[in-house]
Design a protein around this ligand. Structure first.
Ligand code: C2E
Ligand code: MG
Ligand code: MG
Ligand code: MG
Length: 279
C-alpha cells in the first residue's frame, strides 16, 4: 500500500494490488475465451537416453496462441489458471489433446514414444482424475503405456489428496507416473516408497548448478542412487550444455531433456524427427 499526501489529507492507495488483481482478472477472462476459441496448443519436447542416442519420450507443454499477443508461455498463464476453476478445463484439454495426437500419429504409422503430460495440483483434488484418464484412453484407443503423467511432490503431499489411492488407480490403468521438479517441493522419502512411481525428474535448478556446486552434485548423485534403489528411472531437466550431460552420465542418470538436444517443438516438427529417426 502506498500513502499519498493529497490536498493536505492522507489517502491510502493500493495501486499495485489493484493493478495486480485487475491484470489477473483480465488474463483469466482472456484465457476463458482462449479455451472456447481453441487458442491453446501443445508443443512437444523430446527426452533422451543419457548418451543422447535414443528418444525415450516427449513432454507435452501447453502454449497459448493469442491472436494479438502471439505465443504465450505457460509460466505466464498456468499460475493464474491454477487460482481459478480454469485449470481443470485446461488440464482436461491438455490430456485429451495429447491422447488424440498420439492416436493420429499411430494411425499415420508413426512410431510414437511415451508422451508425458503435466498434471496440476488442482487436478489431484478431484477424485475423478483416474476416471477421466480411463475414459480418454477408451475414447482414443491408445495404449496406456504411451501416456505418462507428471505430478509434483507438493501436489501429492497436499492435504485432502488421497495420493496413494489415486496413483494406484492410475497405475492400474497402465499409465506411467513421474515426479516433476523433484527436489524443489516438500519431499518425504517415506511417502516416496509408498507411491507407485516410474520416474523422478530432477529439477532444472540442480542441473544449472551441477558443474559449479558440490552441493548440487551431491543432490543429483543422491537422487540417482535413490532412483536406482527404488527402481525408478531418473531424468535430468534443463540440460543446456554438453559438459552437464557428461557429468550426469558419469553420475548414473538415465535420461535427460533440454535445449542441448531439443527445445519444445510444434507437433509437425516433432513428427519430422520421429519419422526420420533410426530406431
Ligand atoms: P515443467 O513441467 O518443469 O517443464 C519444463 C520447462 O522447462 C518447460 O517450460 C520447458 O520448455 C523448459 N525447458 C526444458 N528444457 C530447457 C532448457 O534446457 N533450458 C531452459 N531454460 N528451459 C528448458 P515451459 O514449456 O515454459 O513450461 C513451464 C512450466 O509450465 C512447466 O514446467 C509446467 O510446470 C507448466 N506447464 C506447461 N505445460 C503445462 C500443462 O499442460 N499443464 C500444467 N498443469 N502445467 C503446464
Ligand atoms: Mg513437466
Ligand atoms: Mg519439470
Ligand atoms: Mg519445472
Amino acid at each position: 500500500f502506498k500513502a499519498k499526501e493529497q490536498r493536505g489529507s492522507l489517502h491510502f492507495f493500493s495501486d499495485d494490488l489493484t493493478l495486480a488483481v485487475h491484470h489477473r482478472m483480465q488474463l483469466e477472462q482472456r484465457l476463458r475465451r482462449a479455451l472456447e476459441h481453441d487458442e491453446l496448443c501443445l508443443y512437444y519436447q523430446p527426452q533422451w537416453s543419457i548418451d543422447g542416442s535414443r528418444m525415450t519420450g516427449v513432454e507435452a507443454l501447453v502454449r497459448w496462441q493469442d491472436p494479438e499477443k502471439g505465443l504465450i508461455s505457460p509460466a505466464e498463464f498456468i499460475p493464474v489458471a491454477e487460482q481459478s476453476a480454469l485449470i481443470s478445463q485446461i488440464g482436461s484439454w491438455v490430456l485429451r489433446s495429447a491422447c488424440e495426437q498420439i492416436a493420429r500419429w499411430l494411425v499415420q504409422g508413426i512410431q510414437v514414444p511415451r508422451v508425458a503430460v503435466n498434471v496440476s495440483p488442482q487436478q489431484l483434488h478431484h477424485h475423478h482424475l483416474p476416471q477421466e484418464v480411463a475414459s480418454i484412453l477408451q475414447q482414443t484407443h491408445i495404449p496406456p503405456t504411451l501416456l505418462e503423467l507428471e505430478l509434483t511432490e507438493s501436489a501429492l503431499m497436499s492435504p485432502g489428496v488421497e495420493a496413494v489411492e489415486m496413483l494406484n488407480a492410475l497405475r492400474v490403468l497402465g499409465v506411467s507416473l513421474a515426479i516433476d521438479d523433484f527436489g524443489t517441493g516438500y519431499s518425504s522419502l517415506a511417502y516416496l516408497k509408498r507411491f507407485p512411481l516410474n520416474m523422478l525428474k530432477i529439477d532444472k535448478s540442480f542441473t544449472d548448478d551441477l558443474l559449479a556446486s558440490d552441493e548440487a552434485k551431491a543432490i543429483v548423485e543422491t537422487v540417482v542412487m535413490l532412483g536406482h534403489k527404488l527402481g525408478l528411472s531418473v531424468l535430468a531437466e534443463g540440460v543446456e550444455d554438453e559438459r552437464q550431460r557428461v557429468e550426469l552420465e558419469r553420475l548414473g542418470c538415465h535420461q535427460f531433456q533440454g535445449y542441448l538436444k531439443s527445445r519444445p517443438l510444434p507437433a509437425t516438427e516433432l513428427e519430422a524427427l520421429l519419422v526420420n529417426r533410426e530406431i
